[in-house]
Ligand binder design. Structure first.
Ligand SMILES: [Zn+2]
Length: 135
């Protein structure tokens, strides 16, 4: 089984060639929009963006599914977005990332609500309790 990242809304797979593909726009300048490629390995913060999306460090973006265009922003917890991950063993988890460009912070929440965190900006969101309360 391959590693699959999915949109929680339409269930389409949103990764290809080791990248997670998201549609994005700048919160403060909606004319800045395009595709963002995130490395599918958790904790690898290699990012590529399409040329119509020029985002500076510290700039906030809205993330959307590239297939159905639904928002991937989290309702609770500012500046975060999430999508679904299904690993090679079929284990499903939710990946939560920062929407601030340059902020290295990733949470992985499994089906038992266990949270693992990655990245040096993670202290800013020490306990993502808002996320655990969601369901
Ligand atoms: Zn979708």
């Amino acid at each position: 089984m391959n590693l699959v990242y999915k949109c929680p809304h339409c269930n389409a797979s949103i990764n290809a060639k080791r990248n997670i593909i998201l549609a994005a726009e700048s919160v403060h300048n909606k004319s800045k929009k395009g595709l963002v490629l995130l490395h599918e390995e958790i904790g690898n913060y290699t990012v590529a963006m399409s040329s119509s999306l020029t985002i500076d460090n510290g700039e906030e973006v809205n993330f959307f599914c590239p297939v159905c265009n639904e928002s991937l922003n989290n309702m609770q917890g500012d500046n975060l977005a999430s999508f679904t991950r299904i690993d090679e063993a079929g284990e499903e988890s939710t990946i939560v990332i920062s929407r601030i460009y340059g902020e290295r912070c990733t949470f992985q929440v499994d089906d038992k609500k266990q949270v693992k965190s990655y990245g040096e900006s993670v202290q800013k969101y020490l306990n993502p309790e808002w996320f655990l309360r969601q369901e």
